[in-house]
Ligand binder design. Structure first.
Ligand SMILES: [Zn+2]
Length: 326
């Protein structure tokens, strides 16, 4: 059977989103090739392609012995994780480092690549390149062009997310993506979609679903992988923020402070405590008083309260600890 060549446009895209680097070992500068994950050289769908160095490619071909065979499932995990790292790297400090080390080369290289991409009308990639250069106006211009000229739904959502404009994604794109990923039971992909849409509770549910499913099927590697990704996303932060807003409405001062502590917003805690200082001091809430004096670094009053608390601590018969005022 004649082997179909990977369309150059697709190959360029795969190389770009992997930063021309093997998605498994991630060693920069090694010669790489595009690998068909399902083993079918005619399946040139972008979902089936990844960049591997020759060593890692060998790992996919052999099994047993001292060599560890890389399964398709593992490669997909490595690849998707690597793509996120590359995108984030491009968007953050590391690219600035390159820029600082050899700015001329950095700009020349990018400008050259942008010229080629312009000829090929690869607007989504040009948008991402301008994002890399920190030029948000041109990033937005090309993202608009990309969307106008038609792109797949997942890329559409990703580009709007990069712009910080998840609200401007059309409803039907969101609906279609969620429906398809739900139908295919791609819980971890759906979790990422929800993260990009800013729908954090649903994202957490999908991550948990994927982790649970993998654990139940004895896919330890995958469950560990998504637990790690979930922790890295720090999705507890928007939940604490949500709870914080609720506590403001309910006027629950203690819980407001607890939320702010978990969020690490210490300036806000101090402000809130100062605003309520009189109320706290005239109440008999020992723990709130201790929090007040701790954050205000009022040593004298803090030690006074600590003494009162120590005197009040009572261990109940059932082992629970309580504060009883004499
Ligand atoms: Zn490699």
């Amino acid at each position: 059977m004649k082997r179909k060549q990977i369309p150059p446009k697709t190959a360029a895209k795969v190389m770009f989103i992997s930063d021309r680097t093997c998605c498994v070992c991630r060693k920069p500068g090694k010669p790489c090739q595009i690998h068909h994950i399902d083993g079918d050289p005619n399946n040139n769908k972008i979902n089936n392609l990844c960049v591997l160095c020759l060593d890692c490619h060998t790992e996919t071909q052999i099994s047993g012995g001292f060599h560890r065979k890389l399964s398709a499932e593992q490669i997909i995990l490595y690849r998707d994780d690597w793509h996120i790292i590359v995108a984030k790297k491009r968007a953050s400090n590391e690219k600035m480092e390159i820029k600082e080390k050899s700015p001329d080369l950095f700009f020349k290289e990018i400008i050259t690549e942008i010229d080629i991409l312009k000829d090929r009308k690869e607007y989504d990639l040009i948008g991402l390149y301008y994002d890399m250069l920190g030029n948000n106006d041109l990033r937005d211009k090309y993202i608009e062009l990309a969307i106008k000229s038609g792109i797949d739904d997942v890329t559409h959502i990703f580009l709007r997310y990069k712009q910080g404009k998840p609200d401007s994604i059309p409803n039907n794109v969101v609906k279609r993506t969620i429906k398809l990923q739900t139908k295919n039971e791609e819980w971890s992909q759906l979790a990422r979609t929800y993260v990009q849409l800013g729908r954090f509770q649903e994202a957490i549910k999908c991550y948990c679903k994927s982790i649970l499913e993998n654990l139940e099927n004895d896919n330890i590697f995958s469950s560990a992988f998504y637990i790690k990704e979930l922790s890295k996303e720090k999705l507890y932060l928007p939940l604490f923020e949500q709870e914080y807003s609720k506590c403001i409405k309910n006027n629950d001062l203690w819980r407001q402070i607890r939320c702010l502590e978990e969020l690490g917003w210490y300036g806000e805690i101090k402000e809130l405590l100062l605003k309520n200082k009189k109320i706290i001091e005239s109440s008999d809430d020992l723990l709130l008083k201790r929090t007040l004096y701790t954050h205000l670094e009022d040593e004298k009053n803090l030690l006074k309260i600590a003494k009162i608390i120590a005197e009040c601590i009572i261990t109940e018969k059932d082992g629970s600890v309580d504060l009883k005022r004499k």
